[in-house]
Design a protein around this ligand. Structure first.
Ligand SMILES: [Zn+2]
Ligand SMILES: [Zn+2]
Length: 213
């Protein structure tokens, strides 16, 4: 699988714009192309997509982690270009009216053969779980339900290999010791501590970063 970070608080690839928010493209073999979250600002989202050669019309589905503007702000501009998408939103999020199809997620579900949602946790946020040969890859927006709860919910689908996304004020660093790869990005406050504790498994995020697993 391949994850391309499109929108982030920091820039990885020169020429892209950084802004507070998160969005990434999730590509899994023989599976629809999924946009995970949409950043804060539609024009930054679309311009970063253009610079990364990602055609908005090539996106089949959108997965919204939670309602906060730094994850949903770009959605309406994206839908103006491509409304022919299926959108997965957590149940607490009001259904966007413009899209072709909207699925409200409450309990854990299988979205595709190798893709799952943890379901909405703590009444706020869902995370995506991708099954790979190496183990599960968990993609989180802000981790508001707590990294421990997210990893626990993901574990019902197998053994977690990687955690990618915003970890907010997370500092129970022990929870990461059994993972093989951590890309703490977006709102993560303690990036440097995580990097210092786990230099072998730590991957730098930022807009334009591509992670292949
Ligand atoms: Zn948030
Ligand atoms: Zn956020």
């Amino acid at each position: 699988m391949k994850i391309t970070i499109i929108y982030d608080n920091e820039v990885y690839k020169k020429g892209l714009k950084s802004d507070w928010g998160f969005s990434s493209l999730i590509e899994v073999e023989n599976t629809p192309r999924i946009l995970f979250d949409t950043g804060t600002n539609g024009s930054i989202l679309l311009s970063n997509m253009k610079k990364l050669d990602i055609d908005p019309n090539s996106i089949d589905e959108v997965f919204i982690s939670h309602s906060h503007l730094d994850h949903t702000g770009g959605l309406s501009d994206f839908l103006k270009i491509n409304r022919d998408v299926k959108i997965y939103v957590p149940i607490s999020f009001p259904k966007p009216s413009m899209a072709k199809e909207v699925i409200s997620v409450s309990a854990p579900i299988q979205i595709h053969e190798n893709i799952f949602s943890t379901g909405e946790l703590k009444g706020i946020e869902q995370s995506m779980v991708v099954k790979t040969e190496k183990g599960l890859v968990v993609i989180a927006g802000c981790s508001h339900p707590g990294v421990g709860n997210i990893l626990k919910a993901a574990s019902q689908f197998g053994k977690v290999y990687a955690l990618i996304g915003g970890l907010h004020g997370f500092r129970e660093f022990d929870l990461l010791k059994d993972l093989d790869l951590v890309c703490a990005t977006h709102c993560t406050q303690f990036k440097s501590e995580i990097k210092r504790l786990y230099p072998q498994k730590y991957i730098e995020g930022g807009a334009g970063k591509v992670i292949q697993i």
